[in-house]
Write a protein that binds this ligand. Sequence first.
Ligand code: GAL
Length: 413
Amino acid sequence: MTLRPLLTLLLGALLLPAAAQKFDGLALTPPMGWNSWNTFACDIDETTVKETADLFVKLGLKEAGYQYIVVDDGWMEMRRDPETLRLVPCHKKFPHGMKPVVDYVHGQGLRFGIYNCAGVLTCGGYPGTRGYEFLDAKQYAEWGVDFLKYDWCSTGSGNGGLPYQQEARASYTLMRDALRQAGRPVLFNICEWGDNQPWLWAKDVGHSWRISGDIACCWDCELSYGGWSSFGIWPIIRMRQGIRQYSGPGHWNDFDMMEVGNGLSPAEDRTHFAMWCMLASPLFLGNDIRKMSQETLKLVTNKELIAIDQDPLGIQAFRFINDAGYELWVKPLDKGQWALAFVNMGEGTLDIDYDWRRFNIKDGTFGRSVDFHKEAFDVRDCVNHNDADDTGKNFKHTLQKHDIVVLRLTPKR
Ligand code: GAL
């Protein structure tokens, strides 16, 4: 090789930008917040967002750890601006544009999230981002957006009737790079419903990824809409038990925004919330905060349960027992502690009488185990906030139908 091409090559390598990457350190524990979709669908507006931000502070949600206010689908006009090609906030719903709303949310010490889609249209039929990745990312940065939920509608033949098929990894990586270039740290929430197994490739692309189709406000149901389904609480919990090793600090399996407070029974709400904590899922409220009952508020601000979700190890629970009339789920915690959740899946009342020494616990995936013959633990009931003795004695508890009790085990000194 002569000197000239060699020099060009070297110079080229020097001038190439460093490989883009996601913004690190944004989700070392599962992100927490509120999202408009489950209650408002596309009917979201400025007043609702501002009132929700106010209540985050007033009701102690912010103090409990909820940070992000996320506006889901429906926030735009049906067309981009013909001159600038920029997305246009719906004039009726956001009459002052998006920037003042973002500023307002920031003014409450909270963070602001927005929604769009990797395809040509969002799932609600609004302009998608395909082809406009860098423009949209720049616009979000100008507004001060801190979180992007990025959906997967209208991306191909099986999905939107288009004569091509987008590739998921490339599409999400492109948007990650666009966000990076725009320069404002944004938590990137991948929402392709688990169709392309993002847990296998998205660790360096996004901070969380949905593992299922849309959640529905029911206990154990699947609602089919010809071609796609939404799922109740339990089908989602059970859907992907083989992927817990892919979730952890900075990159979470996302079990979807919650339906707590939207019509399940009080016991089912408890189980729903506590299981999301056990699974180290992002915790996004999906109810109307302005109409929340005291009971719901108490549940979603239960600091002992939230601490289990936010445990620094970030290990997702696994099902340990499934054949005793109840399910027992186990989550290793920091400092040799453990969280255990007993759930009554039956339709009647259940008396639990659990002998700790009957089973030792082993989590082969994360290399943690307990031998109850050798180690003793204090037992704390994190749902009812009482000390439930220690592992020297059987754990006795009565559970109503679909109810849960979550225990934190702390090694005895
Ligand atoms: C779905 C997504 C929902 C919601 C909706 C908006 O694809 O899973 O969470 O964002 O689109 O149209």
